[in-house]
Design a protein around this ligand. Structure first.
Ligand code: ADP
Ligand code: CA
Length: 422
């Protein structure tokens, strides 16, 4: 009997079950490189994990690579896949070194950096807002040439860390200084929020936000699901909710697919899976915010594609990283319903006293997953600093209207109460 395929999964937090469950469904064994903030006990218990391979991917990438190569020589594995933003360049480098399928290192660098994404889109003639790159906060006045409002952001953050909307020229300098300071405060931390210095200022794209989950195999892109994030107007952009499939006219969906496919080509992303965020300017014209060459939402965007797009995106991504053709290639997908996520906002921040409403969420038949990352005693800083979402709820519904009604219900009933700070 042929042995089961084995794949190295880099930096998947074990609390997030989606990719582990997909590996189990696909009959793939995982060698897990645990994330720095995970515990070995929890990582070892995750489904489909047959081995743990702790590597200091961020702090000592060269050492991590030689340990990985040594492990490969002892007994080869069939593939390697990145599960979070920081792991993307390391994984590309390791794949090349071992001759395994994956992103080219150039593409990995291109999608890790918002400056290079903007430059590549511009060169490819795709939609992009006006932007200015600042290498020094004292140079903030260079961005006065942009059309306001603008958005100030770190060049390689995630989860809206340090992202600030600025409406008038007077507000630019304080916002640049603030984002710069947040980046400096997180430099070198293993939260990956500030892998590089530098701040990007770009013109505000006015319109609702959507996301696209894609597979890409040998340069051919398939957009598997498009989700609706809705209006996020700032000044900070904590993302609390998403629903799929996005209820949009066919021509806007087609334009979005074209933009997303073009962006893969522009960045040279030819292998794996991606999470792309866009805004619909004026409600109609899709313009890229950014692309990540990994599954979005810590894995739950794969669940979105599975339910709302009818494609088992995480299992297919694992197959692509093993050098196999995705099963959905050439097949019509059969969507299975509407899916929604609600990420409990941090609010004012502070020390968590308790989280209201969890019991009824856990008992609700519409809820597929509840992932709790903070509990009593956890200290959560408010936006635009970042500590994650205290609770993530993923639910399934018969219609988009029901999904939206449930979100409103959760926004009223599920929230964090902080200890008295007086
Ligand atoms: P991150 O990597 O931190 O997620 P993004 O570039 O995706 O950074 O920005 C986070 C959020 O800020 C976006 O989801 C969007 O709501 C908002 N945003 C960022 N850039 C723009 C822009 N140019 N126009 C409008 N909104 C923006
Ligand atoms: Ca983003």
């Amino acid at each position: 009997m042929p042995s089961r395929p084995k794949l190295v999964l880099v930096g998947q937090l074990s609390k997030f079950p989606w990719v582990f469950e997909a590996a189990e469904r696909a009959g793939i064994d995982l060698i897990l490189v645990p994330r720095g903030d995970d515990t070995m006990e929890a990582a070892a218990r995750a489904r489909a994990v047959v081995e743990l391979l702790p590597l200091d991917v961020e702090g000592d990438p060269d050492g991590a690579l030689s340990r990985l190569v040594a492990r490969y020589r002892r007994e080869p594995f069939g593939g390697i896949m990145a599960a979070n933003e920081q792991a993307v360049p390391f994984t590309a480098r390791a794949a090349r070194e071992l001759g395994l399928p994956g992103l080219s290192e150039e593409a990995a660098v291109a999608v890790r950096d918002k400056r290079s994404m903007r430059r590549h889109l511009l060169e490819a003639g795709l939609g992009t807002p006006g932007f200015v790159v600042l290498d020094d906060p004292d140079h903030w006045a260079e961005a006065l040439s942009l059309r306001f409002p603008v958005v100030v952001k770190p060049v390689s953050g995630h989860a809206s860390f340090g992202v600030i909307r600025v409406d008038s020229k007077d507000g630019l300098e304080p916002a640049v200084v603030r984002t710069w300071q947040l980046v400096e405060a997180h430099r070198g931390a293993d939260d990956g929020l500030a892998a590089q210095t530098g701040v990007l200022v770009e013109e505000y794209l006015d319109g609702p936000e959507i996301s696209a989950e894609s597979l890409v195999y040998r340069g051919q892109v398939r957009v598997c699901a498009i989700s609706w994030k809705g209006e996020l107007t700032g000044p900070y952009f904590q993302e609390t909710t998403l629903r799929a499939p996005a209820q949009l006219p066919a021509e806007i969906l087609a334009a979005t697919e074209a933009e997303v496919i073009g962006a893969h080509h522009a960045f040279g992303v030819t292998e794996g899976t991606t999470h792309t965020e866009l805004r619909l300017v004026g409600g109609v014209r899709p313009v890229l915010l950014e692309m990540a060459a990994r599954i979005g939402g810590g894995g739950y965007m794969a669940h979105f594609a599975h339910v709302a797009g009818g494609i088992d995106l995480a299992a297919e991504a694992l197959r692509i990283h093993l050098g196999r053709a995705p099963r959905c290639w050439g097949q019509e997908a059969v969507p299975a319903g509407h899916v929604a996520v609600y990420q409990v906002p941090v609010g004012t921040g502070g020390r968590v006293e308790r989280i209201h409403g969890l019991d009824s969420v856990r008992a609700d038949p519409r809820v597929d997953y509840v992932v709790q990352t903070a509990g009593p005693g956890t200290r959560l800083p408010p936006f635009p600093d970042f500590a994650g979402y205290p609770v993530i709820v993923i639910s399934r519904h018969g219609s988009d209207a029901e999904a939206e009604a449930y979100r409103e219900h959760l926004a009223r009933t599920l929230y964090v109460e902080y200890e008295d700070q007086g």
